[in-house]
Design a protein around this ligand. Sequence first.
Ligand SMILES: Nc1ncnc2c1ncn2[C@@H]1O[C@H](COP(=O)(O)OP(=O)(O)O)[C@@H](O)[C@H]1O
Ligand SMILES: [Mg+2]
Length: 373
Amino acid sequence: MAALELTQVRKVFDGNVVLNDVNLRIENGELLVLLGPSGCGKSTLLRMIAGLDTISSGELRIDSQLANHLPPAKRQLAMVFQSYALYPHMSVYDNMAFSLKMAGIHAAQIREKVQAAAATLQITHLLDRLPKALSGGQRQRVAIGRAIVREPAVFLFDEPLSNLDAALRGQMRVELARLHKQLGATMIYVTHDQVEAMTLGQRIVVLNQGRIEQLGTPAQLYRTPATLFVARFLGTPAINCFPAQYMSSTGPVLRIGGQFLLHSQIAFNGQPGDQLVVAVRPEHMRFSSHADAPEAMFTAQVSVVEQLGDCSLIYVKTSWHDEDIVIRDPECREWQTGQQVGLYFDPANALVFGADGVRIGQAAAVASLSQPH
Ligand SMILES: Nc1ncnc2c1ncn2[C@@H]1O[C@H](COP(=O)(O)OP(=O)(O)O)[C@@H](O)[C@H]1O
Ligand SMILES: [Mg+2]
């Protein structure tokens, strides 16, 4: 086990800044997830930690020791990739034993370590097989086994489950969480899949274009996203974003869709007319079958209904917003396409973002509502 610390880390490839101002501390025994869209710099960050890419500037410390120039072999890290990178001509046993043999470890000790890792991963019955005789999930287990036998101080996973089908991904996710508990190891897990990140991570770092957008627990990121980027990246279907206009500098009022007003207590230092975004998650949207119900903030027309069994998702259109608004209905009521509904939400569940995408004030700060006049 080890703790890692990155300070002001920056990576430049051919004059392009790929990572900038990365400050991060990973605690001993922690499972930290790096989450972000393709190309945001996740693999580069992991490779710099592993010593496979150089750090352009800034510091990497492993257990307080400066590690910028430590060769990969001396870092006591093991990396597991999306492509399993197994040796095709070697048995599972030999694949797992290879690095230990290279390190000159005694055969009996190698056998013990490989057997123990195989038992942990439930692949003992596969030890004599060649990789080509394994399923994708089994190959991924072997790749993880190869990391475990080395007893690294830190495990680095780079999208290890991306090649597996959805059911197997779900199963391996649970097993990785169990493995983390069992080994008590420090792990950094890279993924672009927000569901994987939310279910696996104790803490998640959201990366966007080479910068840390936010670091927090899954619940913190979901409930109090620091930016619109984080709010939209987490949650399926994505959070509804309503364009809003800031109306008054004395008593802040937000106008949404030109139709209704939200009185708010946000501390906003803006000008009347400034554009803001009010965001509401699908599970916080409410609706009434009467478009003119007294609680309705605005009317909308049902365009698509998806029945998911445990809930239904209703996509509705308004006259003033290009994007569909999505509502999660846990009661799975029957809705007809084309039907008019009245929509509303509890302002306490609305998140307000500035034009720069940064959240303004607290989620519960939007206080009361008045009807259009
Ligand atoms: N060896 C390299 N040379 C030049 N650019 C690179 C190299 N490796 C990665 N990049 C660039 O760095 C950015 C981040 O890449 P990467 O870390 O692979 O992203 P992710 O893993 O999040 O998908 C991308 O724009 C990519 O094109
Ligand atoms: Mg990558």
